[in-house]
Design a protein around this ligand. Structure first.
Ligand SMILES: *Cc1c(COP(=O)(O)O)cnc(C)c1O
Length: 430
């Protein structure tokens, strides 16, 4: 499979190049040159297939030519070796729980798949591969866990001191080994600026393979398609509407790609918080990015969603065709909070703030469509967000994996928001 740039100035590359470089030189995003169609046999036997077999069959055309089948099978097995249950919340609304992985968030799948692709591609090179990533919470934990103990690769994670939740901080700071966690005295934007500078540092680039692990990398983006197949494997009845809590729009773009490959759905709802660039765009036709606003569902606080362009690309740039399959809504913090409270009171189900945005969006839609049913993606475990305890009291069951982190040693270095300081730490790794 070849990948072209959505800006169309850089030349197309193979999957390997797309993963190793992350982004084309022209600052577009990589996009597959054709969207594979899955066979009707695949869909008729879907409910009997194992998750790793589904992942293998979905991903195979995208990596064809660059990773042999045996290796891809192993990568898929390691990537999806946890549960993706579809849980009824009421008679027409189901939660696809994507939080049963090692860091309790859906980003585990993309991070694990990407780390194993990089391991495959870096074998046989003496130069070290260095992954640098700035995080405001979930990404860093998933990347740390996904790359921990993956041979040949070191990971440097930058997070803003005091600005991630208690559980996120535990997940970021308890790995050690090849995971180097830097607690920056600064904001997330400063962390990101430092990461960007490091990635562009010519001197570092000469000595190592430097790459980011952000969500625009195709090895993080594409495997998210599997969630939608895992959901349909557990579904009976007319195709469901999918409500996807969206920030950078990677997850929902993957779902819409899966639909283009033949998966039957009742359409998609992009469930956004007050960062409403896409809902406004679909309504007015004007795309106007804005600085992000802080909300309860902070992993979706994005003012210029990077992956939206991939949704346009799936429909060859035809906005009206996009609108036939996609609606987008904005849900306020007030509504998010009220939704968490009422769903807990009525159904005993604990929503995290991101899932709550998805639930509220789906519920509004179903109210207007009495014969439809739908699935919202529960993108993270409620225990990851300190606000859940404040809103719902002590009703969150703490998973064992979190309790185990409390007693682990802390591996973390505090540094100022200063590129030279960070650079000298990176330099020592090479
Ligand atoms: C990253 C994240 C999202 C947003 O996903 P996108 O692919 O960026 O749209 C939603 N919920 C949680 C919990 C996340 O960590």
């Amino acid at each position: 499979m070849q990948y072209f740039s959505t800006n169309r100035r850089s030349a197309p590359v193979a999957f390997r190049e797309a993963v190793l470089t992350g982004q084309p030189d022209d600052r577009g995003l990589f996009f597959p040159s054709e969207i594979p169609r899955l066979s009707s046999e695949f869909f008729s036997e879907l409910s009997d297939l194992s998750n790793d077999e589904i992942a293998f069959r979905v991903m195979r055309p995208y990596v064809a030519g660059d990773i042999p089948d045996d290796n891809l099978q192993e990568i898929c097995r390691e990537t999806v070796d946890f549960d993706f249950p579809l849980v009824p919340v009421d008679d027409r609304i189901f939660a696809l729980e994507l939080f049963h992985g090692p860091t309790l968030a859906f980003k585990d799948v993309g991070a694990r798949f990407m780390s194993r692709c990089l391991r495959h591609f870096s074998r046989g090179y003496s130069r070290k591969t260095l992954v640098i990533v700035a995080t405001s919470g979930d990404t860093g934990g998933a990347v740390a866990s996904g790359f921990h103990n993956v041979e040949g690769i070191d990971v440097v994670i930058l997070f803003p001191k005091g600005k991630v939740s208690r559980v996120q901080e535990l997940q970021l700071t308890t790995f050690g080994g090849n995971v180097i966690t830097l607690e920056i005295r600064g904001s997330f934007d400063e962390c990101q600026a430092i990461a960007k500078r490091a990635l562009a540092d010519e001197d570092l680039r000469k000595k190592t393979f430097l790459t980011s692990a952000n969500s625009i990398n195709v090895a993080r983006w594409l495997p998210q398609q599997t969630y939608y197949f895992f959901a349909m494997k557990q579904w009976s009845g007319p195709p469901p509407i999918f409500a996807v809590p969206s920030g950078n729009f990677g997850n929902i773009a993957a779902g819409m790609l899966a639909e283009r490959s033949g998966l039957k759905t009742g359409g998609f709802i992009a469930a956004c918080n007050s960062n409403d660039v896409v809902p406004r765009y679909l309504e007015s036709g004007n795309y106007s990015p804005k600085p992000s606003i802080e909300t309860l569902s902070n992993a979706m606080d994005v003012g210029d969603p990077s992956n939206f362009v991939r949704i346009l690309e799936i429909f060859s740039g035809d906005l009206n065709a996009v609108k036939e399959r996609l609606t987008a809504v904005s849900i306020s913090d007030e509504r998010t909070r009220a939704t968490m409270e009422s769903v807990f009171a009525e159904h005993g189900y604990v929503l995290d703030p991101h899932g709550a945005v998805g639930y509220a969006a789906l519920r509004d839609r179903l109210a207007a469509e009495p014969d439809s049913a739908g699935i919202f993606l529960e993108t993270a475990h409620p225990v990851k967000f300190d606000s859940v305890g404040e809103i719902l009291g002590n009703n969150v069951v703490i998973p064992e994996s979190v309790e185990a982190l409390e007693s682990k040693p802390r591996y973390c270095t505090e540094v100022g928001a200063d590129y030279e300081e960070v650079r000298s730490i990176i330099q020592d790794l090479i």
